[in-house]
Design a protein around this ligand. Structure first.
Ligand SMILES: [Ca+2]
Ligand SMILES: [Ca+2]
Ligand SMILES: [Ca+2]
Length: 202
């Protein structure tokens, strides 16, 4: 009986500790795959360059590409700049940031979910004129992606602008620490109940 009470007390303490974020699971948020920068995005969705894992880095040049897509970001007009496309299908829910810091022209980023036209993010001028990351260069922050869903990341330009870009995409799992704590707490309580009834009916 003493052991059961001890187990119960440990379970309660662990649940409280995790819920207070005093103990954080040792989760490696970095990803295994880092792709080289020897290619640029595909011409369109059918030829999108797949991203197999994050973080992802690439460079490219859009002036020799075709204008296939456009989205007018809030507060901005339409454009007819050439664009390139990447695709990404996360296994689990993720929160990602897409950054064009270092690009050499007036860029624009937008993201389609599943199909062209279904816009879930759009940014034109995240970095202001004269910024170290480039004048009027784009960045999409904290975009929530669903696991198993395919997203098309389009690198485009303001008006008819084109040029060299530097792309960096990073991400973290969308499951917050508090959910992990809740799960572990429930597991411990379930374990306590099983041990209790096994002893009672043994
Ligand atoms: Ca375009
Ligand atoms: Ca294109
Ligand atoms: Ca821009």
């Amino acid at each position: 009986m003493k052991k059961i009470i001890l187990l119960f007390v440990i379970g309660l303490f662990a649940t409280w500790a995790f819920s207070q974020d005093l103990v954080k699971p040792n989760i490696d948020y970095s990803y295994k795959y880092i792709q080289s920068s020897d290619r640029e995005g595909g011409e369109d969705i059918a030829n999108a360059v797949p991203i197999s894992g994050l973080p992802f880095n690439d460079t490219g040049f859009t002036c020799d590409n075709i204008d296939d897509y456009d989205v007018a970001c809030p507060g901005y007009g339409e454009s007819d700049a050439p664009d390139v496309v990447y695709s990404y299908t996360p296994t689990w829910g993720e929160i990602i940031t897409i950054d064009l810091c270092g690009s050499l022209y007036d860029t624009k980023i937008f993201v389609y979910e599943a199909t062209a036209g279904n816009v879930v993010a759009c940014d034109d001028d995240f970095y202001p004129f004269g910024d170290a990351c480039g004048s009027y260069v784009s960045k999409v922050e904290d975009l929530h992606l669903l696991g198993g869903q395919t997203y098309y990341i389009v690198i485009d330009g303001w008006s008819g602008d084109c040029g060299e870009y530097e792309l960096s995409i990073t991400g973290v799992p969308a499951i917050p620490i508090s959910n992990w704590a809740l799960g572990i707490g429930l597991l411990l309580i379930s374990g306590f109940i099983v041990v209790h009834y096994r002893r009672k009916f043994a």
